[in-house]
Design a protein around this ligand. Sequence first.
Ligand SMILES: Cc1ncc(COP(=O)(O)O)c(C=O)c1O
Length: 367
Amino acid sequence: MKGLPETPVLICSRRKIREKFEVLSRCLPGVQHFYAAKANFHPKIIREVVSLGMGLDVSSPGELSLARENSLPGEKVIYTQPIKKEEEIALAREHGVKALIFDNPHEAKKIARVWKGAPVLLRIKVENPFCVVNLSEKFGAAPDDAKELLLLAKDLGLEVRGIAFHVGSQTTNPSPYFETLKIVRRLFNIMAGEGLHLDLLDIGGGFPIAYRQPVMAAESFLKPIRATLENYFPSTEIISEPGRFIVGDACYLLTKIVGKARRKGMIWYYIDDGLYGSFSGKVYDHADYPIHPLKEGERKPSVIAGPTCDSFDVVYREAYLPEMEPGDYMVFKSMGAYTLASASNFNGLEKPRLIIQEEEEIEFQIL
Ligand SMILES: Cc1ncc(COP(=O)(O)O)c(C=O)c1O
């Protein structure tokens, strides 16, 4: 096929990133969005989201340096890693970030030691059977412990701003947001009774995108969250940390078939990216990316394998594909989030390049 860029390459659509941000802004008016850099921290993506007016949710010194490189002022940056080195807290202080997250007494004391008066949010854990990636096992205080932790933070001299939660990534039903917001409202009331008036709420990320399975339309998913926020928090400052929703379906991966073999009655196609590269999202993020062979023909049971020496590096064990040849291309959609971000250079292989352009330019056949 003529005119295609060198592979493997992640091709991102500027228009789609913009549209996703517009959907969030329209459906959650008044909420300030901080793009979760961990989803895809490629400098071109960060530049793009910053140019749209988004803040950044960062969780490491490396991500914080992206904020610095993009001249983002402190009020547009939140540092959301609940467990941090003292050096990270010092860097966050230097940048003057809007808020730091804590979820336990040790962390509150550590923050107070390094940055007296730091603005903080307490992260609470969330019960959620609808998420693909659980984010409340490793982090988050039990809501029953929130009062004690918030009062401790206040006694330590921290500027206690409010509460943060993350329902879990790729949450396919909005009900955990409603339930958690109800719990958070109760906590705001309890703290007001203690003379601590919380004024900042961080509703995290978790908004879903379609992979091989469809998801609820974004408007239907987000509008009841908006109604719940308006009902419970009419005068609280609200922020969010979307990652996947912004970049996930804005990028596709273009790969080339570099080899072909027949093994045990199946056709094996070897492509130039795999589980150690951007398909690492299949391992860590449990995502199932739609496959688009750029060829027509009768479909046959096939295997798609990555380029490394490891037998583990099999990307799809059962795909139905038209017969293809080395040199043909395959596209995998919805590969913008948690793909390149977790790719390695195993076997000395280069990670895919990332290019960003106004529109998608390949006509896809749908598998
Ligand atoms: C603290 C925090 N904020 C935001 C995000 C982004 O979540 P999502 O990509 O589901 O929107 C994550 C994802 O792991 C996270 O851990």
